[in-house]
Write a protein that binds this ligand. Structure first.
Ligand SMILES: [Zn+2]
Length: 277
């Protein structure tokens, strides 16, 4: 079921991890950002759009993680975009014959049969430094950063005052750092939060990749909360964060394990190269 969150912007929330697919209405059809996770849900979304005469004219993946790279045949054959770095990462990780089997091992066992992988990751990288999504609809600014995954993009739908945050600014998920390579993942994350803070005054609605939609008052709150979490990780403090520990939302207790895992990996990194983070 589609739910309007701003003029011309609708979301479809998945049962999996409260994932938000975002529909932006344009002149000749819609842009679909992070299409969804379960096959049935994407088919339902495709039917809803078809019935209302709104074909999907473009797609966009915010970042190169499997749950943001899916597509369903009923959504059609529109071009699907990502940043150049996102597409290059997909190419490097997912172009070999064993890729889909490998991705299947990352998907929770109870849903893996329901996740269609045939069209996984078929995205076109936009030339580096592209600042707008190329499509016939409201201008959408690409805010690329390297916080959570290589080539991660937040999208600002300027005239609708909506920020599509990808896997940032969630009310249920803590900041999940990209600990797979960058020299300074902590600083990458803080830099991304500064970028998002730079557009906060232009935003009335924030849509996280997973979690609840936030209003104008929420964007700065969430940036502050994420920054406090990252500072605590960096400084070895104990984060006072409602998303982990006993106050975590029911069903999201595993986020505390993610936190423990990040602490461990950061500690191992600093042992290895003698620098914090
Ligand atoms: Zn992600």
């Amino acid at each position: 079921m589609l739910r309007q969150v701003a003029d011309g912007v609708l979301i479809h929330e998945s049962e999996f991890c409260q994932s938000n697919a975002v529909v932006v209405q344009g002149r000749s059809g819609v842009l679909l950002i992070d299409a969804g996770v379960l096959g049935d849900e994407m088919a339902c979304l495709a039917n809803d759009l078809g019935e209302s005469g709104q074909p999907v004219v473009a797609g966009f993946s915010t970042h190169p993680h499997w749950d943001h790279l899916l597509w369903h045949p009923l959504l059609g054959a529109a071009p699907r975009y990502g940043t150049a770095r996102c597409a290059a990462t997909v190419q490097a990780r997912l172009s070999d014959a064993g890729a889909k089997a490998r991705v299947a091992t990352l998907i929770p066992a109870d849903i893996v049969e329901q996740v269609p992988l045939d069209l996984l990751g078929l995205i076109t990288g936009l030339p580096a430094e592209t600042t707008q999504v190329p499509w016939d609809g409201p201008q959408i600014r690409i805010i690329e950063h390297q916080a959570h995954a290589p080539g991660h993009a937040a999208l600002l739908i300027e005239e609708r005052r909506v920020l599509v945050a990808g896997d940032m600014l969630s009310d249920v998920l803590i900041p999940m750092l990209n600990l797979n390579g960058p020299a300074d993942p902590i600083e990458d994350y803080l830099a991304a939060l500064r970028l998002l803070e730079g557009v906060a005054a232009d935003v009335d609605v924030v849509i996280p990749g997973h979690g609840s939609i936030g209003g104008a008052d929420q964007i700065r709150t969430r940036i502050g909360q994420d920054r406090a979490y990252v500072h605590a990780l960096r400084d070895g403090g104990v984060p006072d964060d409602p998303r982990i520990g006993p106050s975590a939302k029911h069903g999201w207790e595993w986020v505390s394990d993610v936190h423990a895992g990040q602490l461990q990996r950061l500690a191992r990194r600093s042992e290895r190269d003698g620098t914090p983070g």
